[in-house]
Design a protein around this ligand. Structure first.
Ligand code: HEC
Length: 158
């Protein structure tokens, strides 16, 4: 295209001048096609460098988040599995078969100040009244997984 333009306008040296004259002199020219390959890189360099940089950072952050997500999902799945084997006998579906006043529903957890990861972790670790302690039976990391599963379920409404 550029060559084509040069051939048609041999008196001019610069592309942009060329295209302007071409536009004036010949309606057969596809002026945009000539301008695009010349001016786009310059346009990017001058005005869009920051935006491109920010976009690249954003893409990297998104990719990182996507790669991190399976780890979090695995913890939730692990917590769910451990809840099924250790807690569901008394807390199936977030209920409480032993003490029906103290369910794992959000309003009960809030009422008894159990609506935090720390409080739930402590309760699982040490037990309370009719609820057995799980220290020794579950690793601290397992207890954390269960606690975050319980809190997430409570917030979801089981
Ligand atoms: C043998 C039955 C039993 C098992 C098994 C059991 N719990 Fe409990 N859980 C209870 C009882 C009873 C309470 C009420 C304790 C009290 O008096 O404060 C309770 C209370 C709770 C509470 C506080 C609820 C509230 O509204 O205050 C949480 C959270 C909890 N259990 C989580 C778990 C988790 C997680 C597991 C499994 C690791 C588990 N429990 C296993 C019987 C059990």
């Amino acid at each position: 295209m550029v060559t084509f333009c040069y051939l048609k306008c041999p008196l001019l040296i610069f592309y942009q001048q060329t295209t302007t004259v071409c536009r004036l002199t010949s309606s057969l020219f596809f002026v945009e096609d000539v301008i695009r390959p010349i001016s786009l890189p310059r346009f990017i360099r001058r005005t869009h460098l920051k935006k491109i940089f920010i976009s690249i950072i954003t893409v990297l952050v998104v990719i990182t988040a996507l790669f991190t997500r399976p780890a979090l999902a695995a913890d939730a799945a692990h917590g769910q599995q451990l809840f099924g084997t250790n807690c569901a006998s008394c807390h199936a579906g977030g209920k409480n078969l032993v003490n029906p006043a103290k369910t794992l529903g959000l309003s009960d957890l809030e009422h008894y100040q159990m609506d935090s990861l720390e409080a739930i972790t402590t309760q699982i670790t040490k037990g309370k009244n009719a609820m057995p302690a799980f220290t020794g039976r579950l690793k601290p990391s397992d207890i954390e997984d269960i606690a975050s599963y319980v809190l997430a379920q409570a917030q979801k409404g089981w």
